[in-house]
Design a protein around this ligand. Structure first.
Ligand code: PNS
Length: 174
């Protein structure tokens, strides 16, 4: 029986796109699993999420780089504009997105269809979130952190203090 491994993927490049404002343990779980499935993974940080981000693109990229430091086939970049254009420019074959619940599905499905319409060479692969991260989102981290709540169980340890300190500033109380 042929057991699939990373070498048999014909050099597949996957893009993990997102706002990552900030990266959570749920994101990291998806990135790690994508790194096992594909030869190269680019974590692509959207520069202007249109949501007045709490962390600048540089800060988000820097935090992700530190978090994925030990994963040799993962790179971190930023992108602006359409994801479909970015995937074409990178010659990527796959977009990886995590699915937490049915509520995520409609938006993700629409996005996958639109991206494929704009770039017929791209497929979206959905990874089911690990059960312990079902409820987790960047917004939830921000809502807890801005009131001084403990976010240690939600974000990678090496960036936890930095995120907590930033969110506690009065302007981040939402
Ligand atoms: O982490 P998020 O905010 O859920 O990520 C959403 C993201 C960045 C993947 C999505 O908003 C995106 O791809 N934006 C880029 C603009 C674009 O391509 N829009 C059309 C998508 S169909």
């Amino acid at each position: 029986m042929n057991v699939p491994n990373r070498e048999s993927n014909n050099g597949k490049l996957a893009i993990c796109p997102g706002s990552f404002d900030p990266i959570t343990l749920g994101h990291l779980d998806i990135i790690r699993r994508a790194a096992l499935m594909f030869d190269r993974v680019i974590v692509a940080v959207l520069v202007n999420p249109g949501k007045n981000p709490s962390f600048t693109a540089e800060e988000r990229i820097d935090m992700i780089r530190r978090v994925v430091e030990g994963i040799s086939n993962v790179e971190v970049e930023c992108f602006d504009g359409l994801l479909a254009d970015y995937t074409r420019q990178k010659n990527a074959q796959v977009i990886v997105r995590g699915l937490r619940a049915v509520t995520d599905f409609e938006y993700e499905f629409q996005m996958a269809l639109a991206n494929r319409k704009m770039n017929e060479n791209i497929d979206t692969v959905f990874l089911t979130t690990s059960a312990e991260y079902m409820y987790l989102s960047s917004s939830m981290v921000k809502s807890i952190g801005c009131f001084g709540g403990d976010i240690a169980d939600f974000v990678p340890t090496c960036i936890c203090r930095e995120i907590a300190e930033r969110l506690c500033l009065p302007q981040y109380r939402k």
